[in-house]
Each structure stands twice: as C-alpha cells, then as structure tokens.
Design a protein around this ligand. Structure first.
Ligand code: ADP
Ligand code: MG
Length: 259
C-alpha cells in the first residue's frame, strides 16, 4: 500500500507585504497507513504549518505534498483536523455540533446521524445530545470535537495540540481514548504536541523539528513494548525514561526552558 502522506523536498514560504518567511525547508516525510506519528519542537518551528499543508489549506512553495500518491489539492473529507480549541458552536446542541462536518460535506443522512450518535455514546456522551457546549466540561467538549472529526470517517487525523488546554488527569484519559479509537478504526494520525512524554506514549514514531527554517532534525522509532502499551501505562514501560532523555537532548535549548 502507498503511504497515506508523503512530503518530498517540501518548502513553504509565507509571503506578507513586508517579508517572506521560510517556514518549512526541505521536508521529507512518509506516513504509512495506520501509523501514528508525533511532531515535537519549539514554538514557531512550523508544526501547524506542516499540518495545514497536509490538510490542503496551504500549497507547497516548492516540492510536493501527496495523499496516497496524489498531490494535495485543497481540503478533503478524507482528512480530519482537530485543534486545541474545540470550536463548538455555542448555539448548537451537542448532537448538532457532532454532525456539523457531515452537514458541511453534504452527507447528513439518517444513517450518518445514527453513526454520529453511536460515536457519542461510545465516548460516554450519549446523555448530552440535547445539551449545549456551555453545559459540558473541557474534556467532554474535546470528546465532542473528536466525535465531530470522526463522524465524517476521515482516514487521516491531524491533531494540533488537542489536549494542551486540559487538566492533566483529563489529558491522560483523552490520550488513551484517542489512541484506542484510532487503532480500533485503523486510522492514520499525526499529532502535534508540546508534551514529549505524550508524544512517546502515543506514537509509533516521534519527529523532532528544528526552527528557522522549520525542518526535520531527527526521527525516533518507538520500541514495540512502549507502542503496544496504552499511553497511560506506556510512561512506566521499560526504556521510556531513557528514550525521553535521548529525545529531550535533541530538542532546542529554548524548548527545554534553558534558552
Ligand atoms: P508552530 O506551530 O511550530 O509553533 P507555525 O507553523 O505556526 O509554528 O509557524 C512557523 C513559522 O511561520 C513561524 O516563524 C511563524 O511566525 C510563521 N508563520 C506562521 N503563520 C504565518 C502567517 N500566516 N504569515 C506569516 N508567517 C507565518
Ligand atoms: Mg502551532
């Protein structure tokens, strides 16, 4: 099978009226079906830019971004995007928020609504269908956002710091939920996170980016014993700490709070 995502010698330049910023330079990356990878690196190193290119929101300035071997040509329902903020509409009920993506892509039917309701139930949100976002906790709202993202059945999920606004407890629970949900459905995932232990605990591969211009500094394959353990327990798996320190040394001094 061809990779879900391929980046080939990709550059991305932001052009403003005052300057041109080389946000990504010479990116080469390949993500296999069912794989889950994380991008870590200091603020401004191009993580969000990279997701935006894959989501079809930005076009490469040079090189190629491919989905299943075809150039990315704008947003597609095959790619789901989940952000730090849940962007739920306050005036819509939870169910109406959950089916928003289906509605926007013209696929809202009895059948797909039923699937969205099943997803809500699976995320333990079955009782909230007729409530409004303001009535839910931060963790519940992020679960609604996850349902909304999954409801359109994308094969690739882009996750831009989806847990960073949550308290630690909730974040750990959601890591497990997202991880098991994506595995069960054989989805491919790309996670951006500030939290290195989260990256290691959740991923098959961790990619460290360097800034100015944004580029790949190094790639770490996560050993099987950590990969096969759910994120919550992976942090206690053998070799986790050693790997954490190895990757930590590779991060920018500023990212380690030393710069
Ligand atoms: P990260 O998500 O890793 O923090 P970003 O992808 O947001 O980094 O940004 C990468 C670089 O591109 C930064 O130098 C940032 O200032 C610049 N940048 C991001 N968005 C824009 C934009 N819309 N216009 C101009 N420069 C931008
Ligand atoms: Mg960002």
């Amino acid at each position: 099978m061809s990779p879900v995502v391929e980046l080939k010698d990709l550059d991305l330049v932001y052009v403003t009226d005052r300057e041109a910023v080389l946000a990504l330079q010479g990116m080469n990356l390949s993500v296999e079906p069912g794989e889950f990878i994380s991008l870590v690196g200091p603020s401004g190193c191009g993580k969000t830019t990279l997701l935006s290119v894959i989501a079809g929101l930005l076009s490469p300035s040079r090189g190629e971004a491919l989905l299943h071997g075809r150039p990315v040509a704008g947003p597609t329902p095959k790619v789901g995007y989940m952000l730090q903020q849940d962007y739920l509409f306050p005036w819509r009920t939870i169910l109406d928020n959950a089916v928003l993506g289906l509605e926007l892509t013209g696929r809202l039917t009895k059948e797909t609504t039923k699937m969205a309701r099943e997803l809500l139930a699976e995320m333990r949100l079955g009782d909230t269908e007729n409530q409004y976002p303001s009535q839910l906790s931060g963790g519940m709202r992020q679960r609604v956002a996850l349902v909304r993202t999954l409801a359109t059945d994308p094969e690739l999920l882009l996750l831009d710091e989806p847990f960073s606004a949550l308290d630690y407890q909730t974040k750990l629970q959601l890591e497990d939920l997202v991880s098991s949900t994506l595995k069960q459905r054989n989805k491919t995932g790309i996670l951006v996170t500030h939290d290195l232990s989260e990256a290691i605990a959740m991923s098959d591969r961790v990619i460290v980016l360097a800034p100015n211009p944004g580029r790949i500094r190094s790639t770490f394959d996560i050993p099987e014993n950590i990969r096969l353990t759910q994120p919550f327990y992976a942090r206690e798996a053998e070799g986790f700490n050693t790997l954490f320190h190895e990757i930590w040394r590779d991060l920018e001094p500023s990212e380690r709070g030393e710069g």
